[in-house]
Design a protein. Structure first.
Length: 129
């Protein structure tokens, strides 16, 4: 069984047990869901050790009138590339708020550990934020 360090869902800070000071670990579908979230929050080329990691936001997503089929293909590919995802994505929805320039991605993926359950990721597409 694999483990990952747990990150806070909102702030993405490390989750530390207040009583012991120990970091918290994740396993199972929650671990894989967190790894998907980390992948989807990363811009393509952002991590210098692997410039193929992340989503091509500047090239394909944050453009005027992106094609829905292109977004579906990009996000499906990035989700299924995460280790532990079996390749079947039961749900992938986009909700773009033009006023706030936020993109909400909702997904539910099958993993070797079970279903991730519905996950919501809000991506801010404002430049400079």
């Amino acid at each position: 069984m694999s483990y990952d360090i747990q990150l806070d869902r909102d702030t993405h800070d490390l989750v530390i047990d207040p009583g012991t000071g120990d970091i918290q670990l994740l396993d199972g579908p929650r671990r894989i869901a967190q790894q998907i979230k980390v992948t989807l929050l990363a811009f393509l080329g952002e991590w210098f050790l692997d410039t193929s990691f992340g989503v091509p936001y500047l090239e394909e997503v944050m453009i005027k009138n992106p094609r829905s089929s292109t977004l579906q293909a990009i996000f499906r590919a990035k989700i299924t590339d995460v280790p532990g995802v079996t390749g079947r994505i039961r749900r992938l929805e986009f909700d773009f708020n033009r006023a706030t320039r936020d993109l909400r991605v909702t997904f539910d993926a099958e993993t070797v550990e079970g279903l991730t359950g519905p996950q919501n990721i809000v991506l801010s597409l404002r430049r400079g934020s």
